[in-house]
Ligand binder design. Structure first.
Ligand SMILES: *[C@@H]1O[C@H](CO)[C@@H](O)[C@H](O)[C@H]1NC(C)=O
Ligand SMILES: *[C@@H]1O[C@H](CO)[C@@H](O)[C@H](O)[C@H]1NC(C)=O
Ligand SMILES: *[C@@H]1O[C@H](CO)[C@@H](O)[C@H](O)[C@H]1NC(C)=O
Ligand SMILES: *[C@@H]1O[C@H](CO)[C@@H](O)[C@H](O)[C@H]1NC(C)=O
Ligand SMILES: *[C@@H]1O[C@H](CO)[C@@H](O)[C@H](O)[C@H]1NC(C)=O
Ligand SMILES: *[C@@H]1O[C@H](CO)[C@@H](O)[C@H](O)[C@H]1NC(C)=O
Length: 482
């Protein structure tokens, strides 16, 4: 043990120094380097594109709030300001929900004589710049919305063919985020309509998160990584169980394409809007987090954090690797670095896009949205999307979803989509663990370790339409464990 620690210290120092000198070189994701067939089969990352759009954003999925799911077009500057205040007073902002996004309907229905978009004078009389200043004064960021067509879905001006001027205007207002929709697109292919806005945003010199909303029509996971920081994989969500589960399943298909810099977006959260019960919303939030859904994530800007990020992307061989997931002796990330990076990161960030009225939030809704441990799964720096790995029962409604996390851990959700309570079992082979591995199971909703030494499989009783969520941490190395 002492010898191992010594070696680790030396290697750590070396890697640290390498990192300092090479901090500008972006690390390759570990899973892309390792030819480990077991992992690549189960948690396929073959399409994982690391930081393809290099605007410095979306190392983890974005987090924040958006007007659309609750307010639709009934918005004004007062609601935005009050929501910014509420994000602070509820503590949600400090958990990482930092983007305050105005969806459709902020703009007047016609441009001015100079061809510029203007904020609707009735609802945004002070203008977007004033709103951005207000939001920034709270330490939050402001998002706007436009469309890769000639109109938005609510028939306000779209930005197709006007990308450069519009992007410059938004940047001059201090906008930090753009959701870019797909209505009135003249039938032109998205691969032609979305890149010009990427370039226009980049040309402004202002760092602006670029969220593509192409509804998943042309399989954007396959091409959007080079264009935006996130891409919608499905049609709009609505506040029903059927919509939420359908969208989870569609988004799941594209898991191998998500990664730091670019994320699959299964649309904004409906948690708190009243169309589903507590258990259903808990599942909605847990699965979105496991899938690294874009809940409007927070973003870290400090170069120190960047350095830690780099450190943890390096990895050295450790005996731990023999215990977990690997059938060979290939490299795994060195836990010590990750410990620092995660500590640092969790302190400063937290994660997802809320869609309810935060000014009037209930205790149950706040409890779901502010679950730090679930948020930490969403924001895990490894950035590999979790996915459904097993289903049994009628219509496969007893489901196991899982995904790798940093520090050789796994996240797991037992999701009961049946209409009756059920016991769901996760067999180690189904989630990618060797049968002999002993893990400690932390329950992310009970906030406690429910088992120190689980081997082979794990079962739990799960409510109808409910879920349980865990982090599995392999125990240190007693090879003789049974
Ligand atoms: C613009 O793109 C370049 C090249 O990808 C990148 O290095 C730069 O950070 C981008 N700038 C902004 C403001 O997004
Ligand atoms: C602003 O919008 C909110 C939410 O739709 C509404 O309750 C409020 O009356 C509006 N305020 C004004 C001044 O229009
Ligand atoms: C909600 O979504 C479901 C599933 O996609 C769809 O069948 C239904 O029509 C939608 N409901 C509304 C009100 O849009
Ligand atoms: C990081 O964010 C803070 C607060 O928004 C800002 O004051 C600071 O200038 C930023 N630092 C960098 C390096 O961008
Ligand atoms: C606040 O929420 C409650 C239900 O949670 C609802 O009855 C009430 O109308 C809401 N108030 C406002 C001002 O929206
Ligand atoms: C787990 O799966 C393996 C392989 O499919 C099987 O042999 C074993 O019996 C299963 N164990 C449990 C506890 O279900």
């Amino acid at each position: 043990m002492a010898k191992w620690s010594g070696i680790v210290a030396v290697v750590s120092l070396t890697v640290f120094l390498m990192s300092v000198t090479a901090a500008a070189v972006l690390p390759i994701h570990p899973y892309l380097k390792v030819e480990d067939t077991f992992i690549s089969q189960l948690y396929d990352t073959s399409n994982y594109g690391f930081l393809q759009i290099d605007n410095g954003l979306a190392r983890t999925p974005q987090m924040g709030w958006s007007t659309w799911n609750f307010f639709a077009c009934n918005i004004n500057e007062t609601v935005i300001k009050e929501t910014a205040d509420a994000l602070i007073s509820t503590g949600l902002a400090s958990l990482g929900y930092t983007y305050v996004n105005i969806d459709d309907c902020w703009s007047r229905s016609t441009r001015n004589l100079k061809g510029e978009m203007i904020p609707d004078p009735k609802t945004f009389p002070s203008g977007i710049k004033a709103l951005a200043d207000y939001v920034h004064s709270k330490g939050l960021k402001l998002g706007v919305y436009s469309d890769a067509g000639i109109f938005t879905c609510q028939v306000r001006p779209g930005s197709l063919f006007q990308e450069k001027n519009d992007a410059e205007l938004w940047a001059s207002w201090g906008v930090d985020y753009l959701k870019y929709d797909n209505c009135y697109n003249l039938g032109l292919p998205p691969q032609k309509r979305y890149p010009p806005m990427r370039d226009a945003l980049n040309d402004t010199g202002r760092t602006i998160f670029y969220a593509l909303c192409e509804w998943g029509i042309d399989d954007p996971a396959k091409w959007a990584g080079k264009i935006g920081n996130s891409w919608r994989t499905t049609d709009d969500i609505n506040d029903t169980w059927i919509s939420m589960t359908t969208i989870a399943d569609i988004n799941n298909k594209w898991a191998s394409y998500a990664g730091p810099g670019g994320w699959n977006d299964p649309d904004m959260l409906e948690v708190g809007n009243g169309g589903m019960n507590y258990h259903e919303y808990k599942g909605h939030f847990s699965i979105w987090a496991l899938m690294k859904a874009t809940h409007n994530y927070i973003f870290l800007n400090s170069s120190l954090v960047f350095l830690f990020d780099c450190l943890m992307e390096y990895f050295v061989s450790s005996p731990f690797s023999k215990q977990f997931l690997r059938s060979d002796n290939k490299f795994v990330m060195q836990p010590f670095f990750c410990e620092i990076a995660c500590w640092f990161k969790w302190r400063m960030s937290a994660p997802l896009i809320i869609g309810c009225d935060v000014r009037n939030i209930t205790a149950d809704t706040l409890k779901i949205l502010s679950n730090k441990e679930v948020i930490a799964v969403d924001q895990d720096p490894l950035g590999v999307q979790g996915r459904r790995v097993y289903a049994s029962g009628p219509d496969g409604c007893q489901q196991v979803w899982a995904g790798p996390l940093s520090r050789n851990r796994l996240s797991m959700v037992l999701w009961n989509r049946c209409s009756k309570a059920a016991t769901i079992t996760a067999n180690w082979s189904a989630i990618g663990l060797k049968p002999s591995i002993s893990v400690s199971m932390r329950d992310l909703w009970k906030h406690e370790v429910v088992s120190e030494n689980t081997v082979g499989s794990f079962s739990a009783r799960v409510n109808a339409h409910g879920c349980e969520m865990y982090i599995l941490t392999p125990r240190r190395a007693t090879r003789s464990s049974t």
